[in-house]
Design a protein around this ligand. Structure first.
Ligand code: FAD
Ligand code: DLZ
Ligand code: SF4
Length: 512
């Protein structure tokens, strides 16, 4: 239909001029709707910085559209507003503008996507969901890639995407003759080279207004609001990316798995927040990193590792999420039923590694991958925390958390609750791993070298207890053979002491 009037709902994580829903926008008869609403702000206790990031980036994006004279109807957060949900907002907008259709780019969470399936009926107007082609691999393409495969391993998916994009490829071969240089990327960090400061943006008037709103309306939400230095526009996010490529990328590979008491960000990019809400584009980001390699500014192990996280892991977990939802969220292969200890919410624990990672989470709405996987995640796995509880925690506390990326990482990679669909073995580890990759243990109340004493590192007793408890499930996994054989070498009395120590730890989790 010529001049079809469209109402376009742009969500808080779709802040890109290239988003599919805005591609054919015609300001003569189409309207954009953006809304800060109670329901999106409360479905978990989002970190205060996450809410501030999204509201501020939304307000900046709306202004950008208005500057180019696009009609934008923006609803600022009001806890007393009668419009509690996005559907409420649309109901009112439909009455006002009588559009022929509503266009929305595919959202990032099942709960909302599922609700959207009923919106046409509620609104008596066709609602069209468009592909989110900010991702390199469409959902249909992932399904096709997965079809008929016995195992859905990231490494093979990654090779497929390398070929598709041509990133770090020379003809049909990977640059450097290898697909993956991960073996080089396992150094610990001991203050050399110095860590460059993290890129920080100064809050402008809009952000200061948002910070006031968040302090006022969300005081009970988790986390520390200030200082707030996240980028909230594409230009700022680009500047943060350029800063990373110039100052940190060269060491990204070497210290990717390292952890440090002094440096919570080390050589990480801190760009997931911007990629996930649309301020940065994944392919452009990877091309910029590849260009730095081509100019001889960064080594191959660094750039390959970085690109793999974005075109490999990031695309792969999204594919898994939409392939397996909604049943995926309920999986619990180890039948865990323990509650999340209170220190996850207040960082008050004598375990130095946990304290540091939880403190960074509280202060910055950030922890890097190995902190999430091998410290807070590993602990939840070893302690047998109910997957839904730990998944909800990760969804709430990180500024980059949207369920399409959070759930597979937590439920699959960390908790192995999908029985090994995502990871070929559980990432369970004792304190030895943390001692090797960090300086945390040097200033810890607990002794990382012992297992069954009253002051022994809790990770140690819980690690062996995890292997004992799940021996029957794990024994058929060839990748567990080595660790299970060391368990078998333990004497009966050693095993009994480990069990006793672990049970003692599990009974007093909150006070560890
Ligand atoms: P860098 O280490 O600098 O990596 C560069 C980029 O690679 C990241 O920005 C990110 O876009 C991508 N990336 C790296 N690892 C992954 C991964 N495993 N999955 C998807 N993308 C990846 N990432 C999120 O974006 N949102 C989440 O909610 C989230 N939850 C997680 C929960 C758990 C339990 C774990 C173990 C990981 C989670 N991750 C999540 C993945 C990863 O930890 C973050 O992407 C990363 O820490 C973001 O920081 P960065 O930008 O400094 O990343
Ligand atoms: C996370 C979030 C928050 C806190 N608030 C809003 C909001 O008020 N309005 C909005 O459009 N989006 C918000 N978001 C992001 C959405 O929750 C996100 O689009 C869905 O979870 C799907 O990924
Ligand atoms: Fe963590 Fe154990 Fe090391 Fe303490 S001793 S920092 S609890 S790994």
């Amino acid at each position: 239909m010529a001049n079809k009037r469209s109402l376009i709902l742009v969500l808080g994580d779709q802040l890109s001029l290239d988003i599919s829903s805005l591609r054919d926008f015609d300001p003569r008869h189409d309207q954009v709707i953006m809304a800060e609403v109670w329901e999106e702000a409360h479905y978990v206790s989002h970190h205060q910085k996450k809410i501030a990031l999204i509201f501020s980036a939304m307000r900046h994006f709306a202004n950008q559209l208005k500057k180019q004279k696009w009609p934008v109807h923006y609803y600022q957060y009001d806890p007393d507003s009668p419009y509690r949900s996005l559907l409420d907002v649309l109901k009112s907008a439909v009455k006002h503008y009588s559009p022929h259709q509503i266009l929305i780019t595919h959202c990032g969470e099942w709960r909302l996507h599922n609700a959207m399936q009923t919106w046409s009926k509620h609104l008596a107007t066709p609602v069209h969901i468009l592909e989110d082609d900010r991702f390199i691999c469409s959902l249909a393409e992932f399904k096709e890639w997965a079809a008929g495969r016995k195992q859905l391993r990231m490494e093979y998916f990654y090779r497929y995407i390398r070929q598709k994009t041509g990133l770090l490829m020379e003809g049909n071969s990977p640059t450097g003759g290898q697909w993956n240089f991960d073996k080089k990327n396992r150094k610990s960090y001991s203050n050399d080279p110095p860590v460059p400061p993290v890129y920080q943006c100064k809050p402008d008037k809009i952000t200061l207004g948002v910070l006031n709103d968040v302090a006022h309306y969300f005081p009970e939400h988790f986390g520390q609001l200030k200082p707030f230095w996240f980028a909230v526009t594409t230009e700022q996010a680009n500047a943060a990316l350029v800063h990373f490529i110039e100052h940190k990328l060269a060491y990204f590979g070497d210290f990717q798995d390292a952890m440090s008491n002094q440096h919570e960000f080390l050589f990480h990019a801190l760009i997931s927040i911007y990629l996930n809400i649309g301020l940065l584009d994944p392919i452009t980001t990877c091309k910029m990193a590849e260009h730095a390699y081509q100019q001889g500014k960064v080594p191959l192990n660094a750039v390959e590792g970085f690109i793999r996280q974005i075109i490999g892991w990031r695309e792969y977990v999204r594919g898994i999420y939409w392939l397996k939802m909604p049943s995926y969220a309920k999986e619990n292969a180890f039948n865990n039923d323990r509650s999340l200890p209170s220190f996850y919410w207040n960082a008050e624990t004598k375990m130095q590694c946990m304290h540091q990672c939880l403190k960074s989470t509280y202060e910055h709405a950030y922890a890097h991958h190995i902190q999430r996987l091998m410290v807070t995640g590993n602990f939840a796995l070893l302690a047998g925390i109910t997957p839904t509880e730990i998944c909800e925690w990760y969804l709430a506390v990180y500024a980059d958390a949207f369920e399409w990326v959070e759930l597979p990482n937590t439920l699959g990679m960390v908790m192995h609750a999908d029985g090994g669909l995502l990871g070929s073995k559980p990432y369970a580890a004792s304190g030895k791993y943390i001692a090797k990759m960090s300086d945390y243990c040097k200033s810890c109340h607990y002794n990382v070298k012992t297992q069954i004493e009253d002051d022994s590192c809790p990770f140690n007793g819980l690690y062996w207890f995890f292997l004992i408890t799940h021996y029957d499930t794990l024994k058929s996994n060839p990748r567990m053979k080595l660790v299970l054989s060391s368990l078998q070498r333990k004497s009966k009395s050693e095993i009994a002491k480990i069990k006793q120590r672990a049970q003692q730890l599990l009974m007093q989790l909150d006070s560890l």
